[in-house]
Design a protein around this ligand. Structure first.
Ligand code: ATP
Ligand code: MG
Length: 617
């Protein structure tokens, strides 16, 4: 391919609205163009990488007998109402009316009515396709003999993300591979889960990036167990903790916190109401300092508002933690089985407590001696590290006062102890009891999920077993963010000059530079090398642009970052050589033009070997 004809415009300067490296480099390298917030066109170079990654995904899934299909992007509300997700999926679901619904709406408005437009939304853009695939399978599969079945698509998804950012990493429109499997029983769904887990390991290993499968929270989608696959990169939005002594690796949202040894603090003292006059003592550190206590003898108290999708509706929830620990809101939410939780606004918390922030504490929320007269009962949650703790400090719900001899088990009768805190780097791993957690940052590029009966029950997706009895199918679902993965590969592979493409998804493998294309000999040799390499199966971008200095071509080549650069120039040809440069190591090799295919092949073999053995170059 001739670069003079390629649709590309490289930029010297970093665009101001690009926040992360992959976005900056993809924009500077002329790979993507923004159409609206979180909505991009993939220009030819980016699309080549995306399609290469898609092919890797297809090849590996074919090995497990997965079948590819393509579902619509515009989905009818009815299916979503059947599964119940129409009600619970938030504003990320872009809903709208079709022509018919709009006409009905207009008619009512004409009659002077003021109907709620949302009631007329009858379609949405698909953010994920559990409903549609379940509908397909329930209509086409009847017998246990047709199961198991694993179906996938590679398709454009739309999620109206609250904060689209980071280019392809968190778009509103993006490409996802989403797969769904259907089984006669739990055991077979488990088998497929691990088959997909292993397929994902092969896929990301082939990509040539450093990645980890991590145990993850099952979130809103519901279901029993799940792993996320993360590309490791400093810019990753997710925190991961990995034990250095065993395999346990998990998203910090879910990482189990270890039990802690209980210090010997003597007998529990009697709690005295408004025990300690502490004006101006606000944060935990102030508490510790003012009361001459170590941080581990102080406590923190959070007030949350939990929303439930059942008759419980909305509840206020108290969470008590040791002063030096952080609350893990995902653990709190899961413990309660809530659909959402958020911290209570400060003013509300102060109003119900009757004290200024810094002096709000749990004890009076168990005996009703707070301004609002609340009794939390089972909605008072205490981190398990405090189960045997005695004589802690805590706010006394009266501005200027703290308690001193707070003993949670005694002073919060009826409370629940659970693992509610963030695990931390350096914590002893509770799984093996020996290793310690190390922290990483990761970009979630894929997820495997055991769904169980969630959709098959609500949507009546059943099969007849050997005895002719009707049973719901057990389901799994498996996603890979195709476009996010390509961006994540860049987040992990770049230097000050540009991208360092892993060979398997580089838009082109060889960047052939004609350094003085005006010189007939240079042009002829470059043409010949291009033909030879392409005939040998290599993908070559030939920078044949005229009137550009070698320096400017080198800069562009570094920015585009294809693994190998082959330079043909007047000076070299005088000595009968061209130069081959490894983009990553910068090592340069002089060779005869006729040896180009042999040397490029040798370089490719070396790069691929490194990639396979090191899990990313
Ligand atoms: P996140 O937690 O990052 O919002 P998710 O867990 O909601 O992602 P899934 O429903 O698991 O996403 O979707 C499968 C995959 O699709 C994700 O692992 C991710 O790689 C990709 N993906 C999800 N949201 C986006 C997005 N807004 N832009 C690009 N890729 C995305
Ligand atoms: Mg996910």
């Amino acid at each position: 391919m001739k670069q003079s004809k390629l649709l590309i415009q490289t930029l010297r300067e970093t665009p101001r609205d690009a926040d992360v490296v992959s976005q900056q480099l993809m924009m500077r390298a002329g790979m993507i163009q923004k159409a609206a917030a979180g909505i991009y066109s993939y220009l030819p170079l980016a699309y080549r990488s995306i399609r290469k990654f898609e092919e890797i995904v297809r090849e590996e899934l074919a090995k497990d007998g997965c079948q590819e299909l393509l579902m619509p992007a515009v989905l009818p509300a009815e299916l979503w109402q059947e599964s119940g997700r129409w009600k619970f999926y938030g504003d990320e679901l872009l809903r709208f009316c079709d022509r018919k619904a709009k006409a009905e709406l207009a008619e009512r408005r004409q009659r002077g009515e003021t109907p709620d437009e949302r009631e007329y939304y009858n379609f949405c853009l698909g953010p994920t396709h559990e409903e549609v695939i379940t509908d397909i399978v329930r209509k086409n599969v009847r017998s246990y003999k047709q199961l198991p079945m694993n179906l996938f698509q590679i398709q454009t998804k739309f999620r109206d993300e609250r904060r689209p950012r980071f280019g392809l990493m968190r778009g509103r429109e993006f490409t996802m591979k989403d797969g769904y499997s259907f089984h006669v029983d739990d055991a077979d769904a488990d088998r497929e889960y691990w088959a997909m887990f292993n397929a994902y390991k092969r896929i990301f290993a082939r990509l040539g990036v450093k990645f980890r499968p991590v145990e993850a929270d099952s979130g809103a989608i519901g279901g029993s167990f799940t792993h996320e696959f993360h590309v490791l990169a400093g810019s990753g939005e997710d925190a991961i903790l990995s034990c250095d002594g065993c395999e346990y690796t998990s998203n910090i949202e879910k990482t189990e916190a270890p039990a802690l040894p209980v210090g010997d603090h003597g007998p529990a003292l009697e709690l005295q109401y408004r025990h300690f006059h502490t004006p101006g003592v606000l944060g935990q550190e102030d508490q510790a300092r003012a009361m001459l206590l170590p941080m581990t003898q102080t406590s923190k108290f959070y007030l949350f508002k939990a929303t439930f999708s059942d008759e419980r509706g909305e509840k206020k929830v108290g969470v008590v933690l040791r002063g030096d620990h952080e609350v893990n809101a995902v653990k709190v939410k899961n413990h309660l089985g809530a659909s959402d939780i958020e911290l209570l606004e400060l003013e509300v918390a102060e109003a119900i407590s009757g004290a200024k922030s810094g002096f709000i504490g749990p004890v009076e929320f168990m005996n009703g001696k707070n301004a609002a007269g609340y009794v939390f009962g089972e909605y008072m949650l205490v981190d398990s590290s405090l189960q045997h703790a005695v004589n802690l400090s805590c706010g006394a719900n009266s501005t200027g006062y703290h308690h001193f001899s707070f003993s949670p088990a005694r002073d919060l009768p009826g409370c629940t102890f659970a693992d509610l805190r963030m695990a931390q780097e350096g914590d002893v791993c509770p799984r093996c009891g020996k290793g310690r957690y190390q922290a990483f940052r990761g970009i979630e590029v894929g997820q495997v999920f055991k769904l169980g009966l969630k959709y098959s029950k609500s949507m009546g997706c059943t099969f007849l077993d050997e005895q002719g009895r009707e049973n719901p199918m057990v389901m799994g679902c498996y996603g890979i963010g195709i476009t996010r993965t390509v961006a994540a590969a860049i987040e992990q592979n770049y230097d000050a000059d540009g991208i360092l493409w892993p060979w398997p998804i580089a838009p082109y493998q060889v960047h052939l530079l004609s350094l003085d294309p005006g010189n007939a000999e240079v042009a002829a040799v470059a043409e010949q090398v291009e033909r030879d390499l392409e005939a040998a199966g290599f993908e070559v971008l030939h920078d044949d642009r005229e009137g550009m200095s070698p320096g400017a071509k080198f800069k562009d080549a570094d920015l585009l970052g294809f693994p190998l650069r082959l330079m043909v120039g007047t000076k070299g040809l005088k000595e009968g050589v061209v130069e081959l440069r490894d983009r990553r190591t910068k090592a340069v090799l002089k060779l005869k033009p006729e040896a180009a295919v042999a040397e490029v092949s040798a370089a490719r073999d070396r790069i691929m070997l490194e990639l396979e053995t090191a899990g990313g170059r």
